[in-house]
Design a protein around this ligand. Structure first.
Ligand code: PFF
Length: 465
């Protein structure tokens, strides 16, 4: 038995789902730290330039290809030409690799919001150990991490099983505004702590010295990689969401709204996190250390209200993570569904989404049991499992796929092909010269630069330093 694939009911729902995909751990633990250590306001300027000349175009490319095909990522690239299916395959492998560590991180968030919630009623008793000890004990307890990862995967499955409008749209149109409100609550608390202004200075004070000599190249690579990951590009998510968008909606408008909203949330995440870190006299960090050790120390130091703010923050991080992971799970499932449709076979959405989620859970086992490399599992290529999966996805396949996509649009399909879809139902594709310039020049150069920068940073080759 086959069901119809469904569509977003409204443009608002589409935007909430797409911004939900874009706003994730990358915004919360990547952006504030990278901005603070890579030149503050000066980094922000480069970030904005990359969003304008690369981010908008890659987003528009994905939404347009997706909507034009009305299919998942592999069939969508097949529509362009049989040989291009490989780009869709890259996106699917990248998506699965990403999910293979992201669900474990989602599980960490769940553990932390649950523990802080319990601590509200037990007066902080749960965090007797210091935050570093607590984190290390938790991640080394493989059974508990696997159990939380299973719960996280099941919650993902429940949402996507509900379908596009009944599951994803319904969930994200409630979850994203809730995330926004929680973020504001944490920002207000954070910037009202005495001594918080040092955090604002860390984030925003422009430091031009980092640009000296060839320094700007490595900062540009950092900003580019961050933009790219943060916008959920090259991982099947945006093409798939585009395929569910009604033909009457404006692709160009949406391709600007989503990156702008994502960037604003990234800046807001910095306002929520860094002032509190500095107010408590802690050292800023990035990655899991920032989220689970530094911030938990902040909450421990706040006294009785700490667990309340801890619960709010970790709950919002969990929302950010799950609205991202569902987009990628949907991307993989929909590619499989459309492969079946193309072969004229029947399918059951419930069965396919269950198998995909089950496989993702199994692929998370090494990450969940690895204690971020501190356990006894063998380390592939010398990387911890999280970094290994991330290397495949963020390091290679995602930027490579997007590089090929912008070259296909700029040099094979051209702007008329794009306009044919974009200008449906009275919409206009303004500034064609700008888009043409992006697809022919800035996006390919930018994506090549990002690809090399990613490989450089994973293998510490020192190309850009
Ligand atoms: N845009 C997401 C983020 O910033 O965290 C990237 C992402 C990663 C989306 C993993 C989905 C996912 F499963």
């Amino acid at each position: 038995m086959s069901e119809s694939k469904g569509q977003f009911n409204s443009n608002f729902g589409f935007i909430m789902a797409s911004v939900g995909s874009a706003v994730g751990l990358g915004n919360l633990w990547g952006f504030p730290y990278k901005m603070g250590t890579s030149g503050g306001g000066a980094f922000l300027l480069l970030y904005v330039i990359v969003v304008i000349f690369v981010g908008f175009a890659v987003t528009l490319g994905e939404f347009t290809i997706g909507r034009k095909a009305g299919k998942g990522v592999i069939e969508a690239y097949k529509m362009i030409g049989k040989n291009y299916a490989i780009v869709g395959v890259f996106a699917i492998i990248a998506a699965i690799s990403l999910l293979s560590f992201y669900c474990t991180l989602g599980a960490y968030c769940m553990k932390y919001f649950a523990s802080n919630f319990v601590a509200i009623f037990t007066h902080g008793g749960i965090f007797e150990a210091d935050a570093t000890q607590y984190f290390n004990d938790f991640i080394s307890n493989g059974g508990v991490v696997v159990a939380f990862t299973a719960i996280f995967c099941i919650l993902n499955l429940v949402i996507i099983m509900g379908g596009v409008s009944g599951g994803i749209e319904k969930f994200t149109t409630i979850a994203m505004p809730a995330l926004f409100i929680m973020l504001i609550i944490v920002i207000i608390k954070s910037i009202s702590l005495p001594g918080s202004s040092a955090g604002l200075e860390f984030m925003f004070k422009p430091d031009m010295s980092v640009f000296a000599g060839t320094g700007w190249i490595s900062i540009l690579a950092t900003a580019g990689g961050q933009v790219f990951f943060s916008l959920s590009l090259g991982m099947a998510a945006m093409i798939t969401y585009g395929s569910y968008l009604s033909k009457k909606e404006s692709l160009v408008k949406n391709s600007i709204i989503v990156p702008v909203a994502d960037s604003l949330v990234a800046i807001m995440a910095g306002l929520a996190v860094m002032p509190a870190v500095f107010a408590m006299g802690l050292e800023p960090a990035g990655g899991p250390g920032l989220l689970f050790i530094t911030l938990q120390t902040v909450f421990n130091d706040m006294g009785a209200v700490g667990p309340i703010f801890g619960f709010v923050l970790y709950f919002l991080v969990f929302i950010a993570a799950i609205t991202s992971s569902i987009s990628v799970l949907e991307g993989v499932s929909s590619a499989w569904i459309d492969a079946k449709v193309a072969k004229g076979q029947d399918y059951s959405r419930k069965k396919i989404t269950s198998i995909v989620t089950g496989a993702v859970f199994i692929l998370n086992l090494p990450t969940s049991l690895d204690a971020l490399g501190g356990g006894s599992l063998p380390q592939p290529l010398g990387f911890c499992w999280l970094d290994f999966y991330d290397l495949l996805a963020e390091g290679i396949l995602m930027p490579l796929g997007s590089l090929i996509m912008v070259i296909i649009i700029g040099y094979k399909l051209h702007m008329d092909w794009m306009a044919e879809e974009i200008e449906l139902e009275g919409n206009k594709m303004g500034a064609k010269g700008f888009w043409n310039f992006c697809y022919k020049v800035t996006a390919p150069i930018g994506m090549l630069f990002i690809l090399v920068g990613q490989i450089d940073s994973f293998f510490k080759l020192g190309i850009f330093s």
